[in-house]
Ligand binder design. Structure first.
Ligand SMILES: [Zn+2]
Length: 305
């Protein structure tokens, strides 16, 4: 049995995202602590710190935006560039599940080690935000040009370009001496329509006078308390969701995907012994048995008839 003190500690240490609205209606804001999610992501994909940092930011961005959605609605964030890290992608559900991955591009590093590279994502490319919503048959896709910089810079640029809302975006990811994520946190503050744009400067000033976000969460400060320090007035909490790195992949889902291939393609995979499937999003490995191949082939056959 856990003691009350332990339960309290677990509650405080839990990754979570909190969305609020100030009582005067001037600001909406979201704060996130996703240290555990970022650590799991780094571990699962075996990432060095540059990729781990970008992925932690993308995972935080997706969770921040997902907190505006309902139930199983989801957000996908993708940065595709011409740098040594060609793709960073994350997907989050409003219910708190989030997953993501990084794709390295061999030969795009200009010979520089990754941590010396000025633009690991590259200078040119696309930044995409996809919303998969109830009551919408098609996903809603917004695309802006990739900005040289990290995911935070791209998210801020996206808000400026496509929503034209004064926005403060900040992410902070720190590492221990071995290069493992030690803390990850983020913050998004937006001015509501009709409020004078100077309002956002008050938030920037307050944020500037605080320790870094990762220092705050590492010292046990919860996302709600960060918002209390950053926002100029009282607020109501609209959403408070615990977060987990979680992927819904399964062998059954992969087998279902395989049935969309042709009979010959699946037969070829079987013949070549290509029986290992790896989930891009979470790194989980699945091994297909002869029985699984047979199932899939029978399925395809049945569809043909
Ligand atoms: Zn997966």
């Amino acid at each position: 049995m856990a003691t009350i003190a332990e339960l309290k500690r677990q509650f405080r240490e839990r990754d979570r995202v909190i969305r609020v609205l100030t009582l005067d209606g001037a600001f909406r804001a979201v704060a996130i602590k996703n240290t555990g999610v970022a650590q799991t992501a780094q571990q699962r994909h075996g990432l060095e710190p540059v990729g781990a940092r970008l992925l932690a930011q993308a995972l935080a961005s997706a969770s921040l935006l997902a907190s505006f959605l309902k139930g199983e609605e989801r957000i996908v964030i993708e940065a595709h560039g011409d740098g040594p890290i060609g793709t960073v992608a994350a997907e989050a559900l409003q219910v708190g599940e989030v997953r993501g991955y990084v794709q390295y591009e061999a030969g795009h590093g200009d010979g520089l080690p990754l941590d010396m590279h000025p633009h690991p994502l590259g200078k040119q490319g696309l930044f995409r935000i996809v919303r998969i919503l109830y009551n919408h048959f098609e996903p809603m896709v917004s695309v802006v040009e990739l900005q040289p910089g990290d995911i935070a810079a791209n998210l801020a640029h996206y808000f400026q370009q496509s929503e034209q809302i004064p926005t403060v975006v900040q992410f902070d990811v720190t590492f221990d001496a071995e290069g493992h994520v030690s803390a990850s946190a983020g913050l998004l503050v937006q001015l509501m329509p009709g409020i004078a744009p100077q309002g956002i400067r008050i938030v920037e000033e307050r944020l500037g006078s605080l320790p870094s976000l990762s220092e705050l969460v590492a010292s046990g400060v919860m996302p709600e308390e960060i918002l209390q320090r950053v926002l100029p007035g009282p607020f109501t909490v609209l959403n408070n969701t615990p977060l987990d790195f979680f992927c819904r992949c399964s062998l059954a889902r992969f087998k279902e995907l395989l049935t969309t291939l042709s009979y010959e393609e699946v037969q070829e995979m079987q013949r070549l012994g290509q029986n290992e499937l790896v989930c891009q999003y979470c790194g989980e490995r699945y091994r297909l048995t002869e029985r699984d191949f047979l199932d899939v082939l029978q399925h395809i056959q049945a569809r043909r008839n």
